[in-house]
Design a protein around this ligand. Structure first.
Ligand code: GN1
Ligand code: MG
Length: 378
């Protein structure tokens, strides 16, 4: 089945009806703005509670999708257990986790058909995710959500999680791949591409900052989300409180710095990562402070001296890394990130590099925020 065919509604219904009886399915619609997997909401007749998310995993990215499912199941069990024991910091707040649903005979956790890998997961109802943050309260909630997620998985043993995406967030590897792609790409002749090449060249030395600290034993691996951009966080539709992190395919051992950097590069970019208004791209300090405030209100206890020391580096590194990933993919013919037009990944790279520049220009202010929050108690 080609991608276009997979999206056609009749074939989607044929897939979804292997999870829920066809006569109960009312509609199937695209959901969210993911750049990797294909995601749909399956709406059932009259029963909102049972609506579910249908996803076709991108097996070019996740080459061992059964390991992704294994992690998801291990994660669900662990978080269920933690929630049933009670988490004081939740203070009565609703908290949810997307869970895999069973297929066909109720035995299988996924469906493989014609080379496609499908899964069904619970839909978190009565909640929204945002492409950009509208106010500081939302920013605090996003930070709280990431902190809560880290807290809930902090004691999930590393051995329970498979490595679903080798090399993910290992910036020096992305740099090495980029250098290979650059040698053969036909797409380097525009002014924008030349600007990107120069931008990367000037910052090569910073690529290894977190990996070097890890290799020296200063930073430790812990379970992380891997992809906590703000549209992977859900806020309750009524209270506005953070209630879930979704898109759990990259949950695996890593540095919490990858997550903090990713959440901030996404949350503090008020124009969003798809903007075309490059001159106006900037990193917002107030949003940064509010996200970190929310995060540290839960996570202060599990960050040590060295973790704090590398926070600024992470905030600068992760947008640079994402820019590098987008740009390499552009040079390589856009085979990784789904794109809607030929220069899409070039444009996305430029946005991340402009954001990196804005972070660098505000280094002193960001360091002052980190210092201030580190001292203040919850
Ligand atoms: C991808 O699938 P999605 O859109 O949630 C990517 C992230 C990037 C993000 C940029 C597995 O996430 O690392 O930060 O695009 N996920 C993977 O929008 O590569
Ligand atoms: Mg994702």
């Amino acid at each position: 089945m080609t991608e276009a065919q997979a999206r056609s509604s009749s074939s989607l219904k044929a897939i979804a009806s292997q999870c829920q009886p066809a006569e109960t399915i009312n509609a199937i619609e695209p959901l969210g703005n993911g750049n990797v997997n294909e995601t749909f909401l399956v709406q059932l007749n009259g029963n909102n509670q049972a609506n579910f998310v249908l996803q076709r995993l991108n097996t070019a990215v996740f080459s061992k999708p059964e390991l992704v499912m294994q992690n998801l199941l291990a994660l669900s069990d662990h978080v269920d257990q933690k929630l049933s024991e009670g988490i004081p910091q939740l203070n009565g707040r609703r908290w949810e986790l997307p869970r895999p649903l069973k297929w066909a005979d109720g035995q299988q956790d996924w469906l493989e058909e014609n080379g496609n890998f499908w899964r069904a997961i619970t839909f978190i109802d009565n909640a929204n995710c945002l492409e950009v943050l509208q106010d500081l309260q939302q920013a605090r909630e996003v930070g709280f959500g990431l902190g809560m997620f880290h807290l809930l998985i902090s004691d999930l043993p590393a051995t329970a999680l498979a490595d679903t995406l080798e090399g993910f967030h290992i910036t020096p590897n992305y740099l090495a791949e980029y250098q290979q792609v650059l040698k053969h790409s036909q797409l380097i002749a525009s002014a924008d591409a030349e600007w990107c090449i120069k931008f990367i060249q000037q910052r090569q030395a910073l690529a290894a900052v977190l990996e070097a600290a890890k290799a020296r034993g200063e930073l430790q691996l812990r379970p992380i989300h891997g992809d906590p951009k703000i549209n992977n966080l859900m806020l309750d539709a009524e209270s506005g409180q953070a209630i879930a992190l979704i898109d759990l395919d990259t949950v695996k051992p890593g540095l919490v710095h990858y997550d903090i950097g990713d959440c901030l590069r996404s949350g503090c970019n008020p124009l969003g990562e798809e903007t075309t208004n490059l001159a106006a791209v900037h990193f917002d300090l107030q949003l940064c402070e509010a996200i970190l405030e929310g995060y540290l209100s839960v996570a202060r206890g599990f960050l040590n001296e060295a973790d704090h020391h590398y926070l600024y580096d992470a905030i600068r590194l992760i947008p640079f890394e994402l820019g590098l990933r987008f740009f390499s993919d552009y040079l390589n013919g856009s085979v990784y990130f789904r794109s809607d037009f030929p220069n899409h990944n070039l444009q996305r790279a430029l946005v991340q590099f402009k954001l990196t520049e804005s972070i660098e220009a505000q280094e002193q202010e960001i360091r002052a925020i980190l210092e201030r929050l580190r001292g203040s108690q919850p």
